[in-house]
Design a protein around this ligand. Structure first.
Ligand code: F6R
Length: 368
C-alpha cells in the first residue's frame, strides 16, 4: 500500500504533483471565470467582507501565512493569520463583515474547531479549507474548499500542505474576481501559471538526488537553521517543523530580515543554514536575501541555497545550491517546500527513526 516507497510520508511527497493538480481541477466555468462550488456565501455578501482572519495550527498555519501574502496582494482585503490556539483567548474583533478562514487537513483539530465556533458566535462568515470530506470543521462552516490530496497517512503533513496552498491561491483569485480587484485576464494568467505548476513540482522531485546526498553529509549536525523572506518565510518555518517532527533535531526558521535583530548570534562555524531565495524580480527581495546569505556565510555558516534554475549569481555565496523551477514569487512555496520535505524525510530515515509515526505526535489533535 506504500506503492514501493519505504514510508507513507515519502509516497505522499511524491504524490504532490497529482494532489495539487486534482485540487485545481474543474474550477473554471465555460466563460473562463473561476468557480468554487462549495462556497455557500452569496457573492453580494462576499463583497461586504472587510477583513479576513485565517486560523489554523502547525503546518496548516504556515499555509495560512502564505495565503495572507496572496490575498492581500490580489484582493486588497486586510488579512490576519492567527494560531487557532491563541485566537479564542484574546477577545478578537470579529463580526458579520469578517470572514474567518479555517485551514485544517483533518477537519478535526480541536483548537481550530473551537476557534470557528467562537467566530460563528460573533456572526462571522466561516470558510473551511479541508482535506477530509464530512469532517467536523467543514460541517460547522458556511463554505468549504476541499483539497483533493487523498488520505494523508504520514503524521508529518506534506501533500496536505501543498494542496492547502493551492486552495488558498484559488480562494485569493476567486475573491479578487468577486471584488473586482484584478482584471479577468490577470486572474486567468495567474490561474494558467498555477495549473502549470504540478509538472514543475515533478521536476523538483526528479532532481532531488542533491538533497538526498546533502542529508547524508549533514547527519551529525545538532542544529539546522532555515531563512526566508516574504512567502519564503513560512516555507522556512515549515522546513524547520518537518525536521523537528521526524528527525527530532533542533531546527528553527527565521524571517531573513530579522537575523541581525538577534538570531545571527547563534551562527557557528559549519552550521547548515537553508536559505529560500526568491525569484529575481523587479523588487529588491532577491538582493536582500543575497545579502542575508553573505551575512551568515561571513560568520562561518554553510549556506544551502534554494534558488531558481538560472540564478547563477547565488553560486558564489552557497556551499550547496538546490535548483528550483522558474515561477512567480507568490507561487514559489509550491516548489520550494519539496526539497525541505525530502531533506527531513531522508535525514530521519538515515537516523533510523520511524518517519510515519514520530514519537509524541498524533495525526489529528482532537484535544485542546
Ligand atoms: C505537521 C502537522 C501538524 C498539523 C496540525 C494541524 O506536519 O501535521 O502540525 O499540521 O496539527 O492539523 P490539521 O491541518 O489537521 O488541522
Amino acid at each position: 500500500e506504500k506503492g514501493g516507497f519505504d514510508w507513507f510520508m515519502r509516497k505522499e511527497i511524491y504524490e504532490q504533483p497529482r494532489a495539487v493538480a486534482d485540487t485545481l481541477l474543474g474550477r473554471h466555468t465555460e466563460d473562463g471565470s473561476l468557480t468554487l462550488d462549495e462556497i455557500r456565501i452569496p457573492e453580494a455578501e462576499l463583497r461586504t467582507i472587510q477583513k479576513i482572519i485565517i486560523i489554523a495550527a502547525g503546518t496548516s498555519f504556515y499555509a495560512g501565512m502564505v495565503a495572507k501574502y496572496a490575498i492581500e496582494h490580489w484582493c486588497r482585503i486586510p488579512c490576519e493569520v492567527e494560531l487557532a490556539s491563541e485566537f479564542r483567548y484574546r477577545d478578537p474583533i470579529v463580526g458579520p463583515t469578517t470572514m474567518v478562514v479555517a485551514i485544517s487537513q483533518s477537519g478535526e483539530t480541536a483548537d481550530t474547531l473551537m476557534a470557528i465556533r467562537h467566530a460563528r458566535e460573533q456572526h462571522a462568515r466561516v470558510l473551511a479549507i479541508c482535506n477530509t470530506n464530512g469532517s467536523t470543521i467543514p460541517r460547522e462552516s458556511d463554505a468549504v474548499i476541499y483539497t483533493h490530496a487523498g488520505p494523508e497517512i504520514g503524521v508529518a503533513s506534506t501533500k496536505g500542505f501543498t494542496t492547502q496552498l493551492a486552495a488558498c491561491y484559488l480562494l485569493g483569485l476567486y475573491l479578487a474576481q468577486v471584488k473586482n480587484t484584478m482584471f479577468g485576464d490577470e486572474i486567468a494568467s495567474v490561474m494558467k501559471e498555477l495549473e502549470g505548476i504540478p509538472p514543475l513540482m515533478q521536476q523538483v522531485l526528479d532532481d532531488s538526488q542533491v538533497v538526498v546526498d546533502l542529508a547524508a553529509r549533514l547527519i551529525d549536525q545538532p542544529s539546522v537553521l532555515f531563512l526566508g523572506r516574504h512567502v519564503g518565510y513560512p516555507v522556512a518555518l515549515e522546513g524547520a517543523l518537518k525536521l523537528k517532527e521526524i528527525a527530532y533535531l533542533h531546527a528553527e526558521g527565521f524571517a531573513a530580515g530579522e537575523l541581525k535583530h538577534g538570531p545571527i548570534a547563534i551562527i557557528e562555524e559549519g552550521m547548515p543554514v537553508f536559505v529560500v531565495v526568491p525569484p529575481r524580480g523587479r523588487d529588491q527581495l532577491h538582493e536582500k536575501v543575497i545579502s542575508n546569505i553573505q551575512e551568515v556565510r561571513a560568520r562561518g555558516a554553510r549556506p544551502i541555497v534554494l534558488a531558481e534554475q538560472d540564478d547563477t549569481f547565488v553560486e558564489q555565496f552557497a556551499s550547496t545550491v538546490i535548483r528550483l523551477p522558474k515561477v512567480s514569487t507568490i507561487l514559489q512555496p509550491l516548489v520550494a517546500i519539496i526539497p525541505l520535505q525530502i531533506f527531513a524525510c531522508e535525514l530521519a530515515t538515515q537516523l533510523g527513526h520511524d518517519v510515519d509515526q514520530p514519537r509524541n505526535l498524533a495525526k489529528s489533535v482532537t484535544v485542546e
